[in-house]
Ligand binder design. Structure first.
Ligand code: SAH
Length: 343
């Protein structure tokens, strides 16, 4: 049995020919799965019954099972999925006004051990397949209550640029007009700063958004928070960002979690201004840390958050402050999975 979502339209056409059927049913199957949310071949009423039977013998549509669902008072919903090999991954759906953003995982566990993040606490398990990434999107789309699914962010567990091929292939399905049809500008990859991955993204024919988890403006602090900084230090990362913006003419968003006692003082804001001042197409998104008790991570005071923001703003940096959502449902990265694995 194979996950039918592993195939792009052309590959599915070839599969249908191999089954002795017609290639033009491929687009109908895409329509059923990605647009109508069909989870069974038997419901694909405009396909010949014999083809529906043949497909059900060789393929499945959903590989992952929903293991838990928590809905916050602000309607943020956290989904926990069990993969076929019993690994667990999380995805979060976040409704804001008319939007619905799906925050998707790209790996089971994470190997990068950022020490403010609960995702890495249980170590790395494996890359998600393209089909498993699309399972998350399908579940969230099919569960959307008020708003339609409009945005996708790869900010769940794992490092998308460390699972480059599967993530990019999944994005092509998410973006395809005959599949999920979500515009490239509404799809964001968030990376801890894998330079070779950012360089590869430069030359993709996709207008997707790039976020970089920066979290500190100097190598000493960043290496302490994010061990990946030892491999890809700030000078090289910022140089790579200059090249990316020059080549793509697209803005990069720098994510900066404000962590009490670690990186939230004014001196860090001033260093951040110096680091980014020559980068024209840049934006900083400040995120007061979600508390992770196991890691002794807490947000700074509201005053400290405000003066950090003010310092960037006065220096002419485009800065936003992310509102924390879903705090009552352990929606900070990796927290739901962590809770389950402790059981
Ligand atoms: N590996 C990718 C994507 C997953 S982590 C990356 O590093 O960008 C994505 C984001 O999770 C982080 O940048 C951060 O914004 C968020 N995050 C992780 N732990 C957090 C915490 N304790 N508080 C707030 N945000 C957190």
């Amino acid at each position: 049995m194979q996950d039918i979502k592993e195939f792009n339209l052309k590959e599915l056409r070839d599969k249908l020919l191999n089954l002795g059927s017609h290639k033009y049913y491929a687009q109908a199957i895409f329509n059923w799965i990605y647009q109508k949310g069909a989870c069974e071949f038997s419901s694909m009423s405009n396909l010949p019954v014999s083809l529906r039977h043949a497909l059900a013998l060789d393929f499945y549509i959903l590989g992952s099972a929903l293991a838990d669902l928590q809905v916050s008072s602000d309607k943020t919903a956290k989904f926990l999925f069990e993969l076929k090999d019993a690994n667990l991954v999380e995805a979060v759906s976040i409704p804001v006004s008319s939007r619905l953003t799906a925050c998707i995982s790209s790996q089971a566990g994470c190997k990068f051990s950022c020490n403010f993040c609960a995702s890495g606490l249980k170590g790395f398990k494996r890359n998600l397949t393209k089909g498993e990434i699309l399972d998350e999107v399908l579940y969230l789309k099919n569960n959307a209550k008020v708003n339609q699914l409009t945005h996708i962010v790869f900010m769940g567990t794992g490092e998308p640029l460390d699972n480059y091929d599967n993530v990019l292939e999944a994005i092509r399905i998410i973006n395809s007009p005959v599949a999920f049809n979500i515009g490239a500008r509404r799809i964001t990859i968030s990376t801890c700063g894998i330079i070779p991955g950012i360089e590869r993204l430069n030359s993709e024919d996709l207008q997707i958004e790039l976020s970089i988890s920066l979290h500190a403006p100097d190598d000493q602090t960043r290496s302490r928070l994010m061990p990946v900084n030892k491999k890809y230090p700030l000078a090289a990362l910022i140089k790579c960002c200059h090249e990316y913006t020059a080549k793509t003419n697209r803005q990069i968003t720098f994510e900066y979690i404000l962590i009490k006692g670690i990186n939230s003082g004014l001196v860090y804001a001033q260093k951040l201004v110096m680091l980014l001042k020559d980068l024209k197409l840049a934006k900083v998104n400040l995120i007061p840390a979600n508390p992770v008790f196991e890691l002794k991570i807490f947000p700074p005071s509201q005053e400290e958050v405000n003066s950090f923001k003010e310092c960037l703003f006065k220096a002419g940096i485009n800065v936003t402050l992310r509102k924390e959502r879903g705090q009552d449902i352990d929606a900070a990265c990796g927290q739901l999975r962590l809770k389950h694995e402790k059981k």
